[in-house]
Design a protein around this ligand. Structure first.
Ligand SMILES: [Zn+2]
Ligand SMILES: [Zn+2]
Ligand SMILES: [Zn+2]
Length: 357
């Protein structure tokens, strides 16, 4: 994620900020331009931008009133919702304080997800406009009545993505992560994983050539899915899974390997964009360490066609980031090992999204 500046006072502002901490101006994110707008007066919550010969009026997405969104929409929007919020089908009852808070957490993660999709130039359509090939999110409280047609578990089916509010509850999530041996899973990771299944359906399934390339790297997805998942939960992963997979869960079925690798690719791109945005570079004073620990991120990763350059920077950066976390008594920020097979899978996704590379 990049850093933003208040367009009135130039103070640094962050993606989720609704007001500038320096001058107090209200802030709104313009998804079409990927930039933050500061409103000139706190009372005024709409503005008109002039581009070439057209004038566009902007106002807040309707979910701004629930403190769940700071994106702006064109004044002529028929739904009153921004590109990210339009993707929701069901949200929890906001009269319940815990559900409201959990939903806000989900929205913050989902808005970051949509930002990445925009940066990658991926198509984003809601099921309201494309019922068969669009995306819809259900954010479900499993302790309440499940809405009609909704699933009860986090998952994906034909563009319908369900995330249960348990995922936003730190205590329940830790319990679940321990039980499922998925200690790295977080909200943003869940969303990145599930949307990966959607883009597989959209980009790989209909294209025979892509399907062949996919099968060479990830295996044959025609393998019985529910049997494969049952086997995984009953028998666990093979002991040497790290050689070929980014996570233990990725071993369960080629579709899950794809979704795990896709999520990881989005993690890397976001991490590198953040590092690029803050001008992070590493250059240790001890000469013996220099070849391994020196990196300077001089290119926006979303514009970089060479995946090897991105992966090399990730490896160097992760040594520094993990060491910093250990200094604070925390777990490693980036506890992953990218073997050649895993790098090949990540490279395949990068080339798919950057056809010129
Ligand atoms: Zn300001
Ligand atoms: Zn919104
Ligand atoms: Zn999955």
């Amino acid at each position: 994620m990049k850093l933003f500046n208040c367009s009135l006072c130039n103070h640094i502002v962050f993606f989720e900020n609704t007001a500038c901490e320096s001058c107090g101006a209200s802030l709104g994110f313009i998804p079409d331009e990927l930039k933050m707008h500061a409103f000139a007066s706190e009372q005024e919550q709409s503005f008109t931008s002039e581009q070439a010969d057209s004038k566009i009026s902007w106002r807040y997405c309707a979910n701004h009133q629930h403190n769940a969104c700071n994106w702006l929409i064109n004044d002529d929007s028929s739904t009153g919702l921004c590109l990210a919020c339009e993707l929701n089908r069901y949200i929890p009852n906001l009269g319940n304080e815990d559900d409201h808070e959990g939903w806000r957490e989900l929205e913050f993660a989902k808005h970051r997800l949509v930002y990445s999709l925009l940066r990658l130039g991926l198509p984003i359509h809601s099921k309201q406009t494309r019922p068969k090939k669009g995306i819809a999110f259900d954010f479900i409280d499993t302790e309440k009545a499940i809405p009609a047609g909704a699933a009860q578990m986090t998952g994906h089916s034909q563009g319908q993505i369900t995330v249960t509010l348990d995922e936003a509850d730190p205590a329940k999530r830790e319990e679940y992560l321990g039980a499922m041996n998925e200690r790295y899973r977080r909200l943003l990771g869940h969303l990145r994983h599930e949307i990966g299944h959607y883009y597989w359906d959209l980009l790989i399934a209909p294209d025979q050539q892509q399907l062949q390339s996919f099968r060479t790297l990830f295996g044959d997805e025609q393998l019985n899915y529910s049997e494969a998942l049952n086997n995984h939960y009953n028998q666990g992963s093979p002991p040497n899974w790290r050689q070929h997979y980014i996570s233990a869960y990725a071993t369960s079925h080629p579709w899950e390997d794809w979704a795990e690798t896709w999520a990881h690719y989005l993690h890397i791109m976001d991490m590198l964009e953040t590092a690029y945005s803050v001008g992070l570079s590493t250059a240790p004073p001890t000469p013996a360490h220099q070849p391994f620990l020196t990196c300077q991120i001089s290119t926006d990763p979303y514009l970089e066609t060479d995946i090897n350059a991105l992966l090399q920077t990730t490896a160097t950066l992760s040594i520094a980031l993990n060491s910093l976390n250990r200094s604070m008594g925390l777990q490693d920020l980036y506890p992953f090992i990218l073997t050649d097979t895993v790098k090949e899978k990540i490279g395949y996704i990068h080339r798919l999204l950057h056809p010129a590379s």
